[in-house]
Design a protein around this ligand. Sequence first.
Ligand code: PDD
Length: 280
Amino acid sequence: RTVYVNGEYLPEDQARVSVFDRGFLMADGVYEVVSVLGGKLIDFAGHMVRLRRSLSELAIAEPLTDDDYLAAHRELIARNDITDGLVYLQVTRGNPGDRDFAYPPEGTTPTVVMFTQSKPGLADAPAARTGWTVVSVPDLRWGRRDIKTVQLLYPSMAKMEAKARGADDAWMVEEGRVTEGTSNNAYIVRGNTIITRELSHDILHGITRAAVLRFAAEAQMQVEERAFTIDEAQQADEAFVTSASAFVMPVVRIDDAAVGSGTVGPVATRLREIYLEESL
Ligand code: PDD
């Protein structure tokens, strides 16, 4: 694979980042994941808006313009011959030359890394026909989940717990209400109404979420932005999650209860179809 590091395209085994990079020592960095379908980037502009917001919340200097990012994404897609898959982009505060809790003085150059992952047939994932099962876990992450940082240890632990319990993913719960999945936003459906947690510092402001809520409203569905409990989700007609890599993924079981019929429902199916059609 060819990867991008600070303006250079290199074979992955020749790419280098300093051991003093704050991304490595302190998880002091942010990332984005953009899907590629049929060689085309999905929702690229939205991901760049969120990247800038994440950087600005952490006072990390803007290393590149949107045009630079776009050119690098396209170059990596071409060099790695990606039809379906994703581009991962990470920007860290960079290498101040030593370990220190304080941010380095202005002028430290951020580290920019990008690479591709090939996922042939991404849009026809078989899981979309059977749906995911999820288990609930407490949400033990920090209080600024709206910033897309590379601090992913707790979501990794939650994913491992889900796997150990035979499930596909975990829904994280805080003060009795679902925040989000380990790497996706969570929804339930009651009748013609789609319910998903309102935007705040408690969840990531999903780019796929924004698109799906817009398509739902256009398709005359009702959208309610509010938190819900695991109990309410288990009683719902349907449940699903959204993310750049899973698009719209139905959820058919939460802990020990089937959701609705326990099979993939019509609303999640329709929203997935609309999302993929509109994105392509
Ligand atoms: N994750 N919530 C969390 C905690 C996430 O990590 C993600 C994305 C989302 C969905 O956001 P979007 O629709 O913009 O992808 C919600 C990416 C895909 C990842 O970590 O791989």
